[in-house]
Design a protein around this ligand. Structure first.
Ligand SMILES: NC(=O)c1ccc[n+]([C@@H]2O[C@H](COP(=O)([O-])OP(=O)(O)OC[C@H]3O[C@@H](n4cnc5c(N)ncnc54)[C@H](OP(=O)(O)O)[C@@H]3O)[C@@H](O)[C@H]2O)c1
Length: 332
């Protein structure tokens, strides 16, 4: 496993991190056995993953509780990232309580990275800064990051917040951040943490047509607004998405490598990426995903993957929000 510095900190994180949303078994992901989640987290540690991403929002705190059970006695070996809900941006008085609740659920006295989950147009920045700064001064958080911040939002972040990362949706099938955000993160020295790197399972090669994707996962803009749980109101990009998946599959077949491994390694080779937050629900999945860190695809393959996903990138456009259309995008 390779390790990189978390933004401009001295905190060393594995390039492959475990995202801890799916282990809650919520409406998006479907049922999940807690003992399997705990085994998955322990398997992550065994393969050198030291970085875990969770949020107060995931299962309303349940994800943090599972992590705490799995990591008993291992606190010093791991880097824990959690997030506060978006409404804290307009009600900063709740930030301290949110952080302290996360600490209690995680059974720890500090978070390595505390992130703002989504930006808010009416954010009370001076108070948000003050609340986060006092938590940092007290040692309750080591570093501060944002998630889902577009260029406008990044310009509004007070420099004294010393934000170190921006967590963004990024995969071979979701390249919207390349239009503008990726380079701005680099300019500002923000490490990019990639979320939904397997396009919520599409890039794991388990779905061969749009109909086979369960409704909870078909809420995104890849899918037609005819799908019952969508709220983007767009036609979607189902044909192009599945045509692109077939082409990626052909390349992975030619290399005798699973598609997920190619997708993860492609991200690791993108400029500005610190770590890839991949969801996994079984020990086998996390072990398999960790192997991507050793793949080191040849530059010609990286180039080919970039080229065959270009049309989909253009079709989906520069709006990075996976769930909302451009006029209602929450990534501004
Ligand atoms: N900041 C934000 O707003 C935000 C938003 C979304 C996600 N995130 C973070 O990013 C993390 C990852 O994103 P994500 O969970 O949305 O999507 P993802 O990592 O792209 O996909 C996770 C799913 O892919 C499947 N999978 C993973 N490894 C596999 C393998 N080796 N073989 C076969 N299938 C495999 C599993 O699906 P099955 O369930 O079918 O097994 C798993 O639940 C989250 O856990 C969370 O920490 C952050």
């Amino acid at each position: 496993m390779e390790y990189r510095k978390l933004g401009q900190t001295e905190i060393s994180v594995s390039v492959m991190a475990m995202g801890c949303w799916a282990i809650t078994g919520d409406a998006t992901w479907g049922e999940q056995d807690e003992s399997e989640s705990i085994a998955t987290i322990r398997a992550a540690l065994d393969v050198g993953i030291n970085f875990f991403d969770t949020a107060e929002m995931y299962g309303d705190g349940y994800s943090e509780e599972i992590l705490s059970k799995a990591l008993t006695g291992k606190r010093d070996e791991v880097v824990l990232a959690s997030k506060m809900n978006q409404d804290r941006m307009t009600d900063p008085a709740g930030i301290r309580e949110a952080c302290e609740n996360s600490l209690r659920r995680l059974n720890t006295d500090y978070l390595d990275l505390y992130q703002i989950h989504w930006s808010h147009p009416d954010a009370c920045w001076p108070e948000v800064f003050e609340a986060l700064e006092s938590l940092r001064t007290e040692g309750k958080i080591r570093a501060i990051g944002v998630c889902n911040f577009g260029s406008q939002d990044m310009h509004r972040v007070p420099p004294e917040l010393r934000c170190v990362t921006n967590q963004l949706p990024y995969s071979l099938l979701w390249r919207a951040i390349e239009f503008e955000i990726e380079s701005l993160c680099q300019e500002k020295g923000l490490g990019i943490l990639c979320y939904s790197p397997l396009a919520q399972g599409l890039l794991a090669g388990k779905f061969f047509d749009p109909e086979s994707v369960p409704e909870g996962r078909a809420r995104t803009r890849w899918f037609s607004s005819n799908r019952p749980q969508t709220r983007h109101g767009e036609p979607g990009a189902e044909d192009k998405t599945f045509e692109t998946l077939e082409r990626i599959q052909e390349i992975s077949d030619g290399l005798h490598q699973p598609m997920a491994r190619l997708a993860l390694d492609w991200l690791l080779q993108r400029p500005g990426v610190t770590s890839v937050l991949v969801g996994a629900r079984s020990p086998n999945q996390i072990k398999e995903n960790a192997r991507a860190a050793d793949l080191a695809l040849a530059p010609a393959t990286i180039q080919e993957l970039t080229e065959i996903t270009q049309d989909l990138k253009e079709l989906l456009g520069p709006n990075p929000d996976m769930w909302q259309n451009a006029s209602e995008s929450r990534i501004r």
